[in-house]
Design a protein around this ligand. Structure first.
Ligand SMILES: CC(C)(COP(=O)(O)OP(=O)(O)OC[C@H]1O[C@@H](n2cnc3c(N)ncnc32)[C@H](O)[C@@H]1OP(=O)(O)O)[C@@H](O)C(=O)NCCC(=O)NCCS
Length: 161
């Protein structure tokens, strides 16, 4: 785990990955299998969080995984992950997934999800993460929405919902 607690910008850890949909990632309807997307997103969220904290992380929670549209064989699926909020040891990563039109580069959104990643030390105990620099009005609005989700998750854990 890095001992450098200098604040970092959202762009410092923002990460994009693109996959071409091959048959092995399809369900029996010939659409992108949800479990495959989840695996790709979990790895991407881990990369974003590691880039921010400079050490190991675990996935603590995944929520609001909204499948808006399907994707089919041969589609290019682009996933974009970035931090919206950091706490003491936790980080919320927003993940947007798109299908990209190969002829003109336009994208349409197929999935959004929020992952909570927790930095851990060599014993697996939560470890402090660097602060996040929030610059634009949009980033500030995302931070405030994430704060509300964090509060809700705390309440959900406390009340076993
Ligand atoms: C995530 C984990 C490290 C948290 O450990 P813990 O002893 O409960 O630690 P704490 O209660 O001090 O919580 C640490 C942070 O995680 C957050 N957190 C813990 N559980 C959470 C959950 N279910 N959802 C959202 N945030 C959570 C807390 O809010 C806290 O955030 P903060 O430090 O920014 O305020 C621990 O529960 C764990 O190792 N879980 C298994 C992770 C794993 O194996 N993931 C892979 C799944 S296949």
């Amino acid at each position: 785990m890095s001992e450098d607690f200098t604040a970092k910008k959202i762009g410092d850890s923002l990460t994009e990955v693109t996959h071409i949909l091959f048959p092995r990632s399809l369900n029996d309807m010939g659409r992108l299998y949800g479990g495959q997307l989840l695996e790709w997103l979990d790895e991407l969220a881990g990369i974003v969080a590691r880039r921010h904290c400079g050490g190991s992380v675990v996935t603590a929670s995944i929520d609001r995984m909204d499948f808006k549209e399907g994707a089919k064989q041969g589609d290019m699926v682009c996933m974009r992950g970035y931090l919206t909020y950091v706490g003491n040891t936790s980080m919320e990563v927003r993940m947007d997934s798109y299908v990209e039109n190969v002829s003109d580069g336009t994208r349409h959104l197929i999935n959004t999800a929020f992952f909570v990643m927790v930095a851990v030390d060599e014993n697996g105990s939560p470890a402090k993460v660097p602060p996040l620099v929030v610059e634009s009005l949009r980033e500030q609005a995302e931070w405030e929405a994430a704060e509300r989700r964090m509060e809700f998750r705390k309440m959900r854990r406390k009340e076993g919902l």
